[in-house]
Design a protein around this ligand. Structure first.
Ligand code: NAD
Length: 517
């Protein structure tokens, strides 16, 4: 057991979550039967082995699909508010286990304990949202053009929803999908990231208990584990009508094509390259807080992390100085220690990509404002801790066009009016989150207009990072176009049916067509 595990109570947390040294990574509810090779999960916090999770073989996968498809035939007929009751109980269990689960998220993924707790809170919030939604899955009623006819639409469950998730939100992304999918009457099969498999097993243990207590079929929630090959089992499987995939653009392009080839539906939540525009009318204090939290929070490993600051030339030096000063106060270290602001990257591959990106930026003519580097020595033994860096760059640099999943912030300058800044902000292939810092109403509205930000999320006087579950979450362009979480995102988990009922003794045809016999 590592020192971190002892001093921060990780061992206790693992026990509360029902985790062992070797865990079954293939499971339907309470039934575990993983038989593939074990995936070892090492903490980026201290490099210690947290535990192992068995991967899913194709035979295991078949068992899972049988359990899921059979559970669906029962679950789809349970009234939606009763399905909501199951989700309510799940939310209650999450409240009870918020601390151990938040701790595990922090220890396995590397984000701060506060952010780990915040991630579990998002799960709780989406459960609450879904419970209300379970009484509101409504369609429209239309007037029929034919006399004595009634026309309306209703939503029915889709079937098995396949969920593929990324390492950086190892538990919340699953809940955003499942809480909605379950009240919609779907059953879920989840493949978590192979980098955070213990979080997957912990979540499955929690929901398995709820299903058991309610005497519900265990196939309502299934877990499979492994790398992309296990993900592919679902993307090519016609028994999975919807695949919700969160991860890199590279992965999304492969998944989208595999699912489309069989005319399935996909919900894609992919990479971002998020910018904050800072206009001459910005509140500099708010700008600094938003930009620094956005760039270094979760060590720059959020899909909504701030990667570019587009600053007007008239205040460029002032903002540059304020942000640079703020970076001097950052404390990098164990994310379970609440005194630290920045934790580790997920693994040493991510560290290599961070280093390469900084080299590339310099090669392309960027000037390093706050130097990066890998930390070594006491407390940094995992080799995953890096210094947040700031680079003065140009939007046209190839490296600035890419999403590097690390704490690197590019400072870009604009001159002229806000249109110039919007053109830079939109001048990338990704379209997830965007923000403008301004007290000028005209600039703000211009940014939000149809010719403004082209992103799925556009904020005024708030940074790019993070979002509330009440709104639909997702991005445009190569971010994939998917929406999950709040608003009417639930509709993607259901199929729409239009019904017309004739309560007369005549059979009039639509569009006035006559067909006399
Ligand atoms: P990744 O693409 O490497 O992996 C994501 C998941 O996809 C993993 O479970 C992986 O096993 C699976 N996968 C990979 N190739 C696959 C294939 N061919 N078929 C089926 N499954 C496959 O991403 P990552 O490094 O875990 O996460 C970081 C990325 O995720 C970043 O780009 C980030 O922006 C993005 N992300 C986006 C959102 C969003 O909501 N837009 C949220 C979180 C993360």
């Amino acid at each position: 057991m590592s020192e971190t595990a002892v001093s921060f109570g990780i061992d206790e947390a693992l026990k509360k979550l029902g985790l062992n040294q070797i865990n079954e990574g293939t499971s339907t509810g309470s039934n575990n039967f993983g038989s593939g090779d074990a995936i070892a999960s090492y903490s980026p916090v201290d490099g210690a082995l947290i535990g192992k999770v068995k991967s899913t073989t194709s035979e295991d996968y078949e068992k899972v699909m049988q359990a899921a498809t059979s559970a669906f035939t029962e679950w789809r007929s349970v009234p939606a508010p009763q399905r909501g009751e199951m989700v309510r109980q799940f939310g209650e269990k999450l409240r009870e286990l918020k601390e151990p689960l938040g701790k595990l998220v922090s220890y396995e993924m590397g984000k701060s304990y506060q952010e780990g707790l915040g991630e579990v809170q998002e799960m709780i919030d989406i459960c609450d949202f879904a419970v209300g939604l379970s009484r509101q899955l409504h369609g429209l009623t239309m007037h029929s053009e034919r006399p004595g006819h009634r026309m309306y639409e209703q939503y029915h469950p889709l079937g098995v929803v396949g969920i593929i998730s990324a390492f950086n939100f190892p538990v919340a992304v699953w809940a955003w999908n499942t809480a909605l999918a379950w009240v919609c009457g779907d059953v879920c099969v989840w493949k978590p990231s192979e980098k955070t498999p213990m979080c997957g097993v912990a979540c499955q243990n929690i929901i398995a208990e709820v299903l058991k207590e309610n005497n519900l079929p265990e196939g309502i929630s299934c877990l499979i584990n492994g790398d992309y090959k296990v993900g592919e089992m679902m993307t090519t499987d016609t028994r999975v009508p919807l695949v919700s995939a969160t991860g890199s653009i590279r992965m999304g392009k492969i998944v989208a094509q595999a699912v489309a080839a069989r005319l399935g539906k996909s919900l894609l939540e992919l990479g971002g390259n998020n910018a904050i525009i800072v206009t001459p009318d910005a509140d500099i204090k708010m700008t600094v807080i938003g930009a620094v939290f956005g760039a270094v929070g979760t060590a720059g490993q959020r899909c909504t992390s701030t990667r570019r600051l587009i600053i007007h030339e008239s205040i460029y030096d002032q903002v540059k100085e304020a942000v640079t000063d703020a970076y001097k106060q950052l404390r990098i270290g164990n994310p379970l220690d609440e005194n630290n602001h920045v934790g580790p990257l997920i693994d040493t591959d991510a560290v290599n990509m961070y280093q390469k990106a900084l080299e590339e930026a310099e090669k392309e003519g960027g000037s390093i404002l706050v130097e990066g580097g890998v930390l070594t020595g006491d407390g940094y033994e995992s080799g995953c801790y890096v210094k947040p860096a700031i680079v003065e760059a140009k939007n046209s640099f190839q490296i600035v066009q890419e999403e590097t999943f690390a704490p690197i912030l590019y400072l870009l300058k604009y001159s002229g009016n806000v249109e110039d800044a919007i053109a830079q902000q939109n001048g990338v292939v990704q379209g997830l989150s965007s923000a403008i810092m301004t007290n000028n109403l005209r600039e703000a509205e211009r940014f939000l207009s149809a010719s403004g930000s082209d992103c799925g999320i556009a904020n005024v006087n708030i940074g790019t990072s993070g979002a509330e579950i009440g709104g639909a979450f997702g991005g445009e362009k190569e971010t994939g176009g998917g929406r999950e979480s709040g608003s009417d995102a639930w509709k993607v988990y259901m199929r729409r049916q239009t019904n017309t009922i004739n309560y007369t003794t005549e059979l009039p045809l639509a569009q006035g067509i006559k067909f006399d016999l």
